[in-house]
Design a protein. Structure first.
Length: 339
């Protein structure tokens, strides 16, 4: 794409600024399950709201219905929106083509900024170029660390999934794992592929990849159960999203397996499961922070010309391990829906 048309190319002098505020107000609006329908938030005034003119930001993710991970992302985004006098429009669809259409809808609405996930970057390349050509700054969030610069995005907030996977593999070595199965709940999602690949790179034991239909939890349960019955040597089940870990625990019980469950991502239900010993550990990429920084970053760019990482480096929000040693401290925030 022609990078000269991107807002970065029109800057007068380089700005490198951290998008995080000194303190994050933890109040946010409630979140739904997403879906194809766009939803507007932030209509109510909040204490401490910025005095800058209201701007509109579209947050477009690949959230599947019922995936509560994105509720945390959205809550962080809404908190920043309330503080910054931003009208937040949230929409989501797990189908990459439909997600691209949602980005086009945001362009048609002439929003002031777009935050988008890049789980399947090739499908979004064209529409992101259209946003850039329309003069709308676009930031990446959560998925797409390997592609955000090539697509001309202003900045990126998320986790290096390869690094997270490698750290996960090392942790498995530390706990004595020998044979693990990495459960992929969305085929074609580059971030999930990178997690398993990173794990396999550093894990000294055997790694098997198991593809499941993440939109059908009973099917996820039966597929993992069948795998555990087929291979009794599996000692660890690794799920790549918080909602799938409790299901994996049920599969272990049904299969009569002695395998332990560990997972990527975190929510309030998982903190309790870690405390109870049902889940061995989790990797937290801090989705609340991703949503918050994406909206705040777009506000900073519009009102002060700042862009985190100078347009060259991503802002990493993870990985951070949560286990019995620190889960009690984290759980108080998870209970609020912010971790």
């Amino acid at each position: 794409m022609d990078r000269s048309s991107h807002p970065r190319s029109r800057r007068v002098a380089p700005f490198v600024a951290a998008a995080a505020a000194a303190a994050l107000a933890l109040a946010g609006c409630s979140s739904g399950s997403g879906g194809k329908k766009s939803e507007e938030g932030g209509a109510d005034a909040s204490a401490g709201k910025a005095s800058t003119p209201q701007m509109t930001v579209a947050l477009v993710t690949h959230q599947a219905p019922g995936d509560t991970f994105w509720d945390i992302v959205r809550k962080g985004a809404q908190t920043a929106a309330d503080k910054d006098n931003v009208k937040l429009i949230y929409s989501a669809d797990p189908n990459a083509g439909n997600q691209a259409n949602l980005v086009q809808n945001a362009i048609d609405q002439k929003v002031d900024g777009i935050a988008v996930t890049l789980a399947k970057p090739d499908a979004l390349k064209s529409v992101i170029a259209k946003a850039t050509a329309a003069g709308i700054p676009v930031v990446g969030i959560n998925s797409g660390l390997s592609d955000w610069k090539d697509l001309g995005l202003l900045e990126f907030f998320g986790q290096d999934e390869t690094v997270a996977g490698e750290a996960f593999g090392k942790r498995l070595n530390e706990v004595g794992a020998k044979n693990t199965v990495c459960v992929v709940h969305e085929q074609g999602n580059v971030g999930l592929t990178q997690r398993c690949a990173g794990l396999e790179k550093t894990f000294e034991g055997t790694t098997q990849v198991l593809n499941v239909n993440g939109t059908d939890m009973p099917s996820v349960k039966s597929t993992i159960t069948a795998k555990l019955k087929q291979d009794s040597s599996i000692d660890h089940v690794v799920t790549l999203g918080a909602p799938f870990a409790p299901t994996a625990v049920q599969s272990v019980e049904e299969a009569g397996s002695k395998a332990k469950v560990a997972t990527f991502d975190l929510n309030k239900e998982l903190t309790g499961a870690i405390q109870a010993g049902d889940i061995e550990f989790a990797v937290d990429q801090q989705p609340y922070l991703q949503g918050y920084l994406a909206v705040d970053g777009l506000w900073l760019y519009k009102n002060n010309g700042n862009y985190s990482g100078g347009g060259e480096q991503p802002v990493l929000t993870g990985p951070a391990f949560v286990d019995k040693s620190n889960v009690e401290a984290v759980s108080q925030f998870a209970a609020k829906g912010t971790r």
